[in-house]
Design a protein around this ligand. Structure first.
Ligand code: NAD
Length: 341
């Protein structure tokens, strides 16, 4: 029986790249009935609501969603729909792989294979902030870290490391200065690490971590950290593996997973058929692993990796000298899939 999955094509380049992901999944033989729903600017235009109730109900019912990027107005207008979705479904895990593929021209290191887990709901992203006086001369943001919130993200990272035979988990914090919030996160990590004796426990202060990731990223394996540090370090990691066009992400809770490309809606190139669909294809690969379709996940990643390695049937961001359209890039991935399957 076909599995029903919510598809939110999204704004800007979202519809173009989601179309490619759907086509590649179909070509890999995965049986999915897509329930197509709106969110973001597209939904605001149609329903006067950037996150319509129908979309929430669809995700709730299907438990899994593939999401294109959504435009969020800067400084004014509606709050981020991405943040609203994380809160609505208590998606406390933000999972971002950073992996190099052969043939990428804009990378400085080979063989990077990091898996970054970021706590997704607490600390400075909880929205507890205000000006402390009427003249707006000072402002305060309160970042709360809880034992429960720390335990569930750190356990998730360790369970992932065990399941996928990863050797080391690095816990990133700032417990030397943030003695209570950072200290609590680190204490919880130390306690949990005792249940996983086969995995090396490593801990780093965030500033040192940023430098080490740039100088010698291959020393790291699985990384787990708090919300703000994870936001910054995962983009740093994207920079190590060819940029946001190569970076997928997942937001996961106890029983719901939403998979997406990490980049935004790229309004500057929307409709031009030049967007790189790799990130949303890799997000689909993560989604297939989540629903247990391992062989299709392996095949799609291999097909994409083969096309990137050949190097001349890719989008402009990957090869500015010799490139093709989004559609032709997709055709080539499907051809590679035919050879592999
Ligand atoms: P962006 O990621 O959309 O674009 C940054 C630059 O990267 C642009 O030059 C763009 O053309 C390029 N780019 C992005 N994705 C690309 C791709 N797949 N192929 C080729 N080039 C690509 O970031 P931005 O311009 O800061 O944000 C635009 C909008 O997207 C904003 O409204 C922002 O809030 C939103 N956004 C959404 C998400 C999300 O939904 N997950 C994430 C980030 C930003």
């Amino acid at each position: 029986m076909n599995r029903i999955i919510t598809l939110i094509p999204g704004d800007g380049i979202g519809p173009e790249i989601s179309k490619v992901a759907v086509r590649v999944l179909e070509h890999a033989g995965v049986k999915i009935n897509w329930e197509i729903m709106d969110a973001g600017l597209t939904a605001l235009d149609k329903y006067k609501d950037p996150l319509p109730q129908e979309t929430i109900e669809s995700i709730e019912r299907n438990k899994v969603a593939l999401k294109g990027p959504l435009t969020t107005p800067i400084g004014k207008g509606f709050r981020s729909v991405n943040v609203a979705l994380r809160k609505e479904f208590e998606l406390y895990v933000n999972q971002r792989p950073a992996k190099t593929y052969k043939g990428l021209k804009n990378i400085h290191y080979d063989n990077i294979n990091l898996m970054i887990f970021r706590e997704n709901l607490e600390e400075f992203y909880a929205g507890i902030e205000h000006y402390i006086d009427s003249s707006h001369s000072a402002a305060e943001t309160i970042g709360i870290i809880t034992k429960k919130g720390s335990e569930r993200i750190i356990k998730y990272a360790y369970e992932y490391a065990r399941k996928f035979n990863r050797k080391k988990v690095t816990v990133v914090h700032k417990a030397n200065i943030l003695k209570y919030t950072g200290g609590l996160f680190l204490d919880v990590a130390k306690a949990i690490s005792k249940d996983y004796p086969e995995i090396i426990f490593d801990e780093k202060i965030v500033d040192n971590m940023a430098m080490q990731m740039v100088m010698s990223p291959n020393q790291f394996d699985v990384i787990v950290t708090t919300n703000l540090f994870g936001d910054i370090l995962s983009d740093l990691a994207s920079g190590l593996v060819g940029g946001l066009g190569m970076s997928p992400g997942a937001n996961i809770g106890d029983d719901i997973g939403i998979f997406e490309a990490v980049h935004g809606s790229a309004p500057d190139i929307a409709g031009l058929d030049i967007a790189n669909p790799s990130a949303i294809i890799l997000a689909s690969v993560m989604m297939l692993e989540y629903i247990g379709e391992f062989q299709a996940a392996i095949n799609i990643e291999k097909a994409l990796s083969n096309v990137i390695e050949k190097g001349d049937v890719v989008t402009k961001d990957l090869n500015p000298e010799n490139y093709v359209s989004t559609g032709k890039f997709a055709d080539e991935i499907c051809r590679e899939l035919d050879k592999i399957q």
